[in-house]
Structure formats: structure tokens, C-alpha cells
Design a protein around this ligand. Structure first.
Ligand SMILES: [Zn+2]
Length: 538
């Protein structure tokens, strides 16, 4: 009796003997039930006819394969109305009537299959003392019945790609239960609509901004409220803002080229710390000025001849220069200054902000400053420090940002300054943002509108959507207007998305999990198997 408890056998089963074989354990088990019910008429009977032997594979015992050699009774059915005269006793707690393995072993194989799939599952099972094949594992997985579908009230729907992005399927998530409830083999309107029709209890459908799932919900769940997922709405706004930024950046770049360099009150040019270069040594400066004078003379000769009506080709010939240069000068209309030397990366750059700060505090002694930065790790010469300080006597250097810094942003990096919550920006990011807004009034207006929208998203103030759309309509921001037109077409759902707390965030998570499962299947498994694994993932 104690032994039977050890193997967790159902009541009325006794262990007769245990044999240790090469492959594992063979346990002989005898049923001692005095009576059993006929499977056909359900009448109990205690009239034993004979015995019946069955062999069942069971869950492994301390890593060894376990075989049950089972002896059960055959009973007479005494019900005269029953067509069955003799029946075999059934032990439903242990195994199905015709099964060759116990239910608990079948469950283990199913779990291993769902967690690992295919070959890997067979190897793992072998390690655990379970003998199985790939086909058995796959069959067990496919046999798992769909859960009696709990009614889904809040449905999240999204697509996922399988077969390397050539085909797309649909994932349906119970947003209340936080679990996937079904996978569909495509993302056709009709397929999703049919699914929703079978689930008339749906009250809310949270979906992306595409038209497929919107139509599917309209057709399949007309009773449900549609919610446009906030994540997708924000993504659309970010894309629109990025386009706008790209346009404005081009405008800023064009206007800053035409502008004279800025000057401070004492007439000194103002440059940014990025432009801060050491003063040229006298002989270098002299050589540069000589070259410039030569170019200037040449430029004036070209202009004179152009005024006389000579062609670019004739002038190029006369002055021994290339025709292209003549044309370029002609087109530019002003004397083209030589391009500034590209700044070489120097170690000093790292210490520039510190030196500048000390200079602004009034420290004018180059040697002192050199010693100070040496202590911080500077290994350059004192001359480099002196030459940088020379520049400070002629120009004012600002650590605060200059529009120049805006060129280091692309529209796709700058857009995050505009859409993120200002509180989450660090000091430098806030300055960058301020510089953008100062550089272009268009960007300032954009920022205000974008932040107002994001505020609606964060605080669920969907009721302000109409006012916001009106503001955009009367603005001069074409890219945002384009976004607003899209919102207008899907307004009820967007408004719901901005008002309700529900959203598709977790669906993205489920899609990520699905991708992991798909990858572990080496891409060979078909849709039905993928569906089983996702829905019954352990
Ligand atoms: Zn019967």
C-alpha cells in the first residue's frame, strides 16, 4: 500500500512486484477493485469473469524509464438489456482505455513538446528518462484541445510576420487575461471578421491604425467600441514631426549660411566652443593672408572680364585657370573665402569647457591653467593652451549652444527631443531643444502642438482632441495637418485610444514572445504547430 502511494497510483491499485531491468523499472500493478461499472450501460457489477493484462509506459522514476505491467479485472455485465456481456475494468485516473502510456506521461511529453519542439524535445525527454519520438511529441502537441474559449470582452489584435516576412498572421489577445487566445493564418479582413463574429461578447477592439483590422472590427464586431492603439498613434505623430523637422533643418541650414557671424556688445565675433581653435602662429597667418590676397586679385580680374562680356571659357584661357572655377565665382556673386581649416581633433577639446569656465571666472594666466588641466590628465604642451587663450582675446567663445550644433542632429535623432516628456530630458537635451525652438519659430509652434498632443496621450485627455485638430488646421504646419487628416478619418477610435486606459502594449509583448517561439522552431514548423505552441506556451 505504501509503495502504491509512492508511485501515486490511484486508489484500489496495489504493487505486486518491482523488477529492475537494463532499461529501467517494471512495476507489476494489480487492481483490487471489487466491482466496476459497465462502460456501455453504467450498471455496476462485481461478477468477475477473468483477468486482463496491459502494459503501460509511465512517467520516469528518478530518471529511469518506468513500465507498468497492469492487471485488471474483466466483469460480467448482468444488465439483461445491455448488449455488452463482458467488459474490462477501466482506470480513467491512470490512462485512456486504449492508450499505451499513462495520462501523466502523455502530459509530460506534451509539455516538453510545447516548451522545446521537435528534435530538441526528443533529446531533452531522453535525458529525463522518457522514451519518445519526434512524431509522437508533435502529435501530442497537436492533440492539445483549445481551451473552452473564455469569453473575451477586451480584444487586442495585431499582425505578426512568419516565413521571413513573406506571410503575415494575426494574433488575438485577451487584454484582461493577458494571454493570446488565438492565432489566425493571415491578416485578411474576412478571416478576422469571421473570428469576431464567433465571439459576440467582444465589447472593445484595440487595434493598429491600418484599415484591415478596422474593417474587420466594423464587420465582425459592430457592437464593439474600436480603440486606436496609442502606441501606433504616437508613432504616426512622430513620423509626421520628423518630416517637418527635416524640412526646417534644411531652412535653418540655408539661413545660417547667409547670416553674418554673430557679435557681442564689444564687437567681437561670437563662436561656439566647437569652433574654438588655437590662434595661428604669425607665419602661418601671414602665408594665409598672402594666398588670400592672390585669390582676391584673381577674382577681381575675372569680374572685370565678365563685365566686359567675355565668356567663362575665354577668361579661363586668358588667366590660365579652370573654366569651372570661373563659372563658380560668377554664380556665387561674392568673393569666395577659402574654406576654414577643418579642426583637427586635439586632446585640448576635452579640457576646453574647463579652461573656458576658468577664463570666464577671470583666470588669465596660461601657465596656471596649463598646470590645472595637467592635474586632470592633460598631456599636451603649454603652447597649445597659450594659443587657445590668444583666440579668447579676439573672440568670445560660448559654451551655450550655437545653431551650429543643430547640424549634428538628423531629423530622426532630433524628433525625440520634440516628442519626449520635457521632464525626461537631461540638461543638455533641454538646451538643444531650446536652440531648435529659437532657431525657427516654425519649430517652436511644432513643439507646442506636439507636446500638447503627447500631454493628451499621457493624461488621457481625449476630450481635447477636437480642439487640438482645430489648432493644427489653422496652423501652417503641413506635415502635422497631414497627420490630422489621418486622425480625422479614424477619429472615434483615436479619441477612445486617448481616453481609455486600455491599449495594445501587451500585444507587442505577446508578439515578441511569439517570435522567440518561432525562432526556436528553426522556421520549419507550419502555422498549425506555431499556433499550438503560442496558445499553450508553458
Ligand atoms: Zn452493460
Amino acid at each position: 500500500m505504501k509503495q502504491a502511494a509512492l508511485l501515486a497510483l490511484p486508489e484500489g491499485m496495489e504493487i505486486d512486484q518491482i523488477q529492475i531491468t537494463e532499461t529501467g523499472l517494471v512495476v507489476s500493478v494489480i487492481s483490487i477493485h471489487p466491482q466496476s461499472c459497465c462502460p456501455l450501460c453504467s450498471e455496476p457489477s462485481s461478477h468477475i469473469h477473468s483477468h486482463y493484462h496491459r502494459s503501460l509506459k509511465d512517467a520516469p522514476c528518478v530518471g529511469r524509464q518506468l513500465q507498468l505491467s497492469l492487471t485488471v479485472h474483466k466483469f460480467f455485465c448482468r444488465n439483461l438489456a445491455c448488449s455488452r456481456k463482458v467488459f474490462t475494468e477501466r482506470i480513467p485516473e491512470l490512462a485512456e482505455p486504449w492508450a499505451r502510456m499513462t495520462s501523466r506521461l502523455r502530459e509530460q511529453i506534451t509539455s516538453i513538446g510545447l516548451a522545446t519542439c521537435g528534435k530538441g524535445g526528443v533529446r531533452l525527454a531522453d535525458r529525463l528518462g522518457i522514451e519518445t519520438s519526434r512524431n509522437t511529441t508533435l502529435r501530442r502537441m497537436m492533440d492539445v484541445p483549445d481551451d473552452a474559449r473564455a469569453s473575451v470582452v477586451y480584444l487586442g489584435i495585431d499582425d505578426f510576420s512568419f516565413q521571413r516576412g513573406y506571410r503575415f498572421g494575426t494574433i488575438l489577445v485577451d487584454l484582461e487575461g493577458h494571454r493570446p487566445i488565438d492565432l489566425l493564418p493571415d491578416r485578411q479582413v474576412e478571416t478576422s471578421a469571421a473570428w469576431m463574429r464567433d465571439n459576440p461578447e467582444i465589447q472593445v477592439v484595440s487595434r493598429d491604425r491600418g484599415t484591415e483590422y478596422a474593417s474587420a472590427a466594423t464587420q465582425g464586431a459592430p457592437q464593439a467600441i474600436q480603440v486606436a492603439d496609442r502606441f501606433h498613434v504616437c508613432k504616426n505623430l512622430t513620423e509626421a514631426t520628423q518630416l517637418l523637422l527635416a524640412r526646417c533643418q534644411a531652412e535653418i541650414a540655408a539661413s545660417s549660411k547667409m547670416e553674418e557671424p554673430a557679435h557681442n556688445e564689444s564687437g567681437q565675433p561670437v563662436i561656439s566652443i566647437e569652433q574654438w581653435r588655437p590662434k595661428e602662429p604669425a607665419h602661418v597667418e601671414k602665408a594665409r593672408l598672402t594666398r588670400r590676397a592672390g585669390r582676391k586679385a584673381r577674382y577681381e580680374q575675372v569680374m572685370q572680364r565678365l563685365a566686359q562680356g567675355l565668356t567663362a571659357k575665354e577668361i579661363a584661357c586668358q588667366l590660365g585657370m579652370s573654366e569651372r572655377t570661373v563659372q563658380k565665382w560668377k554664380a556665387s556673386g561674392t568673393f569666395p573665402e577659402a574654406k576654414k581649416r577643418r579642426k583637427k581633433h586635439s586632446e585640448f577639446e576635452l579640457f576646453a569647457p574647463y579652461v573656458l569656465k576658468r577664463w570666464q571666472e577671470g583666470e588669465r594666466n596660461g601657465l596656471t591653467l596649463w598646470h590645472e588641466i595637467q592635474k586632470q590628465g592633460y598631456t599636451g604642451s603649454d603652447r597649445t593652451v597659450y594659443r587657445h587663450l590668444e583666440t579668447l582675446k579676439q573672440a568670445s567663445v560660448q559654451t551655450s549652444l550655437h545653431p551650429d550644433r543643430l547640424h549634428t542632429f538628423t531629423a530622426s535623432t532630433a524628433v525625440w527631443l520634440f516628442v519626449r516628456d520635457k521632464k525626461s530630458l537631461d540638461e543638455i537635451e533641454q538646451e538643444d531643444l531650446a536652440t531648435f525652438c529659437q532657431a525657427s519659430p516654425t519649430l517652436k509652434r511644432t513643439y507646442d502642438l506636439v507636446q500638447d498632443f503627447m500631454q493628451m496621450v499621457r493624461k488621457r485627455e481625449g476630450q481635447r482632441l477636437d480642439t487640438w485638430l482645430e489648432r493644427v488646421a489653422t496652423s501652417d504646419l503641413a506635415e502635422l495637418q497631414q497627420f490630422a487628416i489621418g486622425v480625422e478619418k479614424d477619429k472615434a477610435a483615436v479619441k477612445a485610444g486617448l481616453t481609455w486606459s486600455i491599449n495594445n502594449g501587451q500585444v507587442e509583448g505577446q508578439v515578441t514572445k511569439l517570435k522567440l517561439i518561432k525562432r526556436s522552431m528553426y522556421g520549419r514548423a507550419g502555422f498549425p504547430l506555431l499556433r499550438q505552441r503560442v496558445l499553450h506556451a508553458v
